[in-house]
Design a protein around this ligand. Structure first.
Ligand code: FES
Length: 146
């Protein structure tokens, strides 16, 4: 049911923890299951994400997708990090069962919420970034297969 990559990131999640004095912190909840995700970003003066950590009250798929998402955004510019969508994360993990797609949204939305926090603190605007939702769900993804 789960790919080897999903199992690997679930059993050995990368970047679990907190960042003290993070440049941006984002917390989101998943309306579908009630699970919670928090992402911490450390962004340097050039707008490069030096570090990224996560904490979650989520299922195994949420752990695996967040682990992969944090790996994907590390070392990237803010612009590049905006392209790390839940679809990109799922592809990097060789797919997720359709019933678990909503879990992968937690990481994407929490990264966006952390970027929003960073942008607010620095008085900047990030192209394409929308205000964080408190409760996320998978309107667009419903019914799609991965
Ligand atoms: Fe809630 Fe997966 S079931 S994040």
């Amino acid at each position: 049911m789960y790919s080897e990559k999903v199992m690997d990131h679930f059993q050995n999640p990368r970047n679990v923890g907190e960042i003290e004095d993070a440049s941006g912190v984002g917390t989101v909840g998943n309306a579908k299951c009630g699970d919670i995700m928090r992402i911490y970003l450390d962004i340097d003066g050039n707008g490069i994400i030096q570090d990224c950590k996560f904490k979650t009250f989520g299922c195994g798929a949420a752990v695996a997708t967040s682990s992969m998402a944090t790996e994907l955004v590390k070392g990237k510019s803010i612009e590049e990090a905006m392209k790390v969508t839940n679809k990109a994360v799922m592809e990097a993990l060789d797919g997720l069962p359709p019933v678990k797609v909503h879990c992968s949204l937690l990481a994407e939305e929490a990264i966006h919420a952390a970027l929003w926090d960073y942008a607010k603190k620095h008085g900047i605007e990030i192209e394409g970034l929308k205000p964080p939702k408190s409760d996320i769900h998978e309107d667009e993804e419903e019914g799609e297969e991965y």
